[in-house]
Design a protein around this ligand. Structure first.
Ligand code: GLP
Length: 237
């Protein structure tokens, strides 16, 4: 595990951008899985800037998602489809036909998960950008998720709903997520964590053996994991 503790969120975002730029130089046709949430927004801004300056080229990448609320309209501002397009894809030179996100409008979630699982088998992920939930979830692998879990429909935990939707009344109760097995299959994992609210999850990862209660701990089994933390997220270490 490579551990980078960076002074603040802005610098963390820049550091992650430098790592991705290097990886894409090595392999311009990388398959990349993109996280959502507050944490990677700074990184995505940096990637957009770097792309505009021609320092990074996305024309050959294939883009994948980690998770998505279900069911939800793609046009709903809460959907991860909307998030990834508005925060990143619409501003970079990714080929739209190379964007493969979990489909929040699929009629059958079971079929959608099976298709996505097959898609990931045909397109192994080179770089996975991950965040972590306050309850130590990764993607939407909530506490209780198995090491061998695959892409599936899950019920969101109360803690996740509280953290992601604050006091909003109309929110989805379920989500599609890739499994722990899919995450560990990625060639390189970059986990970003920022702020005090993540200090416990990061402490769990560093100090516990891999276990279902804190799914983030399964990342310890990964051979090429880089943790990029700001000082606040690293406070308990
Ligand atoms: C969300 C997403 C995760 C994300 C995590 C952290 O619920 N499902 O993919 O990494 O929780 O989100 P945030 O960065 O907003 O704290």
């Amino acid at each position: 595990m490579q551990l980078l503790i960076i002074k603040n969120y802005k610098e963390l975002s820049k550091a992650a951008c430098i790592i991705l730029t290097k990886e894409l130089k090595k392999n311009p046709s990388s398959n990349i899985a993109f996280a959502t949430g507050k944490t990677p927004k700074g990184l995505y801004k940096e990637l957009i800037k770097a792309n505009k300056k021609h320092l990074i080229n996305f024309s050959k990448i294939k883009a994948f998602s980690l998770d998505e609320y279900y069911p939800i309209k793609k046009s709903d501002k809460q959907s991860y489809y909307y998030y990834l397009h508005s925060n990143l894809f619409s501003h970079i030179n990714v080929n739209p036909s190379n964007i493969h996100l979990l489909n929040s409008e699929a009629k059958s979630p079971k079929k959608e998960c099976k298709n996505y699982e097959n898609l990931l088998k045909r397109n192994p992920i080179n770089i996975m950008i991950l965040g972590v939930g306050v309850n130590s979830h990764i993607a939407f692998n909530e506490p209780g998720s198995n090491l061998n879990s695959k892409t599936r429909l899950i019920k969101l935990s109360r803690r996740t709903i509280k953290s992601n939707f604050k006091n909003k009344k109309n929110h989805p109760a379920k989500a599609l997520t890739i499994g722990i097995k899919n995450i560990l299959a990625a060639k390189k994992v970059l986990l970003l964590a920022s702020g005090k609210e993540k200090e416990k999850a990061i402490n769990n990862l560093i100090k516990n053996k891999p276990n279902k209660k804190f799914p983030v701990t399964f990342l310890k089994k990964h051979k090429n994991l880089t943790l990029i933390l700001d000082k606040e997220a690293a406070k308990l270490l």
